[in-house]
Structure formats: structure tokens, C-alpha cells
Design a protein around this ligand. Structure first.
Ligand SMILES: Nc1ncnc2c1ncn2[C@@H]1O[C@H](COP(=O)(O)OP(=O)(O)OP(=O)(O)O)[C@@H](O)[C@H]1O
Ligand SMILES: [Mg+2]
Length: 223
């Protein structure tokens, strides 16, 4: 089943003399259950594409159809609800809140999703166990290693049980071995049915995906 359908997407930033075209006429269909790498040189438009897929940004022209729904028809409020429900985000520098404990960081999407406190505890414990960071539950991110931080970030990304996981350079701040462990987690989540899209510069990560989309100068060069 086609989950994500991008039709002739273009994205421009800035106005007139400062205008930058980040994406040009990009069309992609992504099926449920795929694990995809997006590769390309710096500035080629990878993050812009991922942000549009994750509804963090909107395209300038073209259509985005997610699960047979045209997203252009949604207002900001409905889009935010859909985003919290459908997508889990993982980024290079983890984007954890340093003043919060591991537990509190992972709790954020559940609070936003209005899940009851008792229910939250149950779900968070399950996710912590799954990612093998149970013993770090009361630690702050500053007390953890990079690999542990990324596991917390992945826990936060999946705690709402989203259908789609979007990761922008998830192994970029990690050494080779730790990056490989993070990739193992993504592959396991994919086996469970999650659709996963990973922006990466690392050919070792890309080669483990079932599809590689190469973007250059805002265009799909190879898919
Ligand atoms: N908010 C913005 N305002 C203006 N220009 C932007 C903005 N975001 C991205 N761009 C421009 O759009 C182009 C694509 O940027 P993007 O961040 O998508 O590249 P990227 O492939 O993710 O690069 P990298 O590998 O370095 O992360 C670049 O020319 C960039 O300067
Ligand atoms: Mg980028």
C-alpha cells in the first residue's frame, strides 16, 4: 500500500534575489513497510525533503498525499495532531532536553497526545526495556553516552507508536560501532512493520536499506 505520495514537489526558500530552490519537481511513492535511505551531497535538499515528508515544513508547489489524504487541505492544528500520531523523528544531535530525565524526555509525545499518567508509565517502561536503557530511566542526557542518548531519542520517537520514523543523520554523531547498533534498532523496528526513512552520508548505513534515493541539486538523481 502506498503510504506517502509526493507529486511534483518543489520547495523554495527566501524571496526574489535571495531565493533558493531546495527541491525541484520531486515525485516519490513510498510503500508501507519500506526502509529507505536518502543520500546526496551537502545542500542537495535531503533535510528539506525529510521535513516536508514529516509535515514540519510545507512544499511551495506540488501535492503531498499521506494515507490517501491530501495534506494541503489540513489546517495547522489538524496537521500537528497528525504529525504527533503518524511520525517519530530522530536527529543527529538527539534533540533531548538536558534538564529532563530520560523518563521525562520520552514522556513528551504522550503528554502532548493526552495519554493518562498511569498509562504513560506503562508505555514508557515497555519502550525503555525494548531499547535496553531501563537502568537509565532517572538519568539526565548529560550523564549518558552518545549511543545511549540516541536510544533515548529513538524511544521518544516510537513511544506514540507512529507508523513512520524519520531520521536525519541518526548516526552522524556516533562512532562506527555505535552507529551500527543504532542501525540494528531501525532494522528491528522495520521488521515490526514501521516505515523508516533515513538521511545518511554513510554508505554502510544506506546499503542496509531496501531502497536508496539519491538527491542532487534538489532533484532525484537515482531511486
Ligand atoms: N530555512 C532555510 N532558509 C533558506 N534556505 C534554506 C533553508 N533550509 C535549507 N535551505 C537551503 O536549501 C538547500 C537544501 O538544504 P538542505 O538542508 O535540505 O540540504 P541537505 O541535503 O540536508 O544538506 P546537509 O547534508 O548539509 O545536511 C541548501 O541550499 C540550503 O542552503
Ligand atoms: Mg541536512
Amino acid at each position: 500500500m502506498v503510504l506517502i505520495n509526493l507529486k511534483n514537489i518543489s520547495k523554495k526558500f527566501g524571496a526574489k534575489d535571495t531565493e533558493v530552490t531546495a527541491l525541484r519537481d520531486v515525485s516519490i511513492e513510498i510503500n508501507e513497510g519500506e526502509i529507505i535511505a536518502i543520500v546526496g551531497t551537502s545542500g542537495s535538499g535531503k533535510s528539506t525533503l525529510l521535513n516536508i515528508i514529516g509535515t514540519l515544513d510545507r512544499q511551495t508547489t506540488g501535492e503531498y498525499i499521506l494515507k490517501n489524504k491530501n495534506l494541503d487541505e489540513l489546517n495547522e492544528h489538524d496537521l500537528a495532531k497528525l504529525r504527533n500520531k503518524s511520525f517519530g523523528f530522530v536527529v543527529q544531535n538527539f534533540a533531548l532536553i538536558n534538564d529532563y530525565t530520560v523518563y521525562e524526555n520520552i514522556e513528551i509525545p504522550l503528554v502532548y497526545g493526552k495519554v493518562k499518567s498511569s498509562e504513560r508509565r506503562k508505555i514508557i517502561n515497555q519502550v525503555l526495556t525494548k531499547l535496553d536503557i531501563q537502568e537509565k530511566i532517572n538519568k539526565k542526557p548529560t550523564e549518558l553516552s552518545g549511543g545511549q542518548c540516541q536510544r533515548v531519542a529513538i524511544a521518544r520517537a516510537i513511544v506514540n507508536d507512529p507508523q513512520i520514523i524519520l531520521a536525519d543523520e541518526p548516526t552522524g554523531a556516533l562512532d562506527k560501532k555505535t552507529g551500527e547498533q543504532v542501525m540494528k534498532i531501525f532494522k528491528a523496528l522495520n521488521k515490526e512493520g514501521k516505515t523508516i526513512i533515513i538521511v545518511t552520508h554513510d554508505p554502510r548505513i544506506a546499503s542496509q536499506c531496501n531502497r536508496i534515493i539519491n538527491i542532487e541539486d534538489g532533484m532525484i538523481k537515482k531511486d
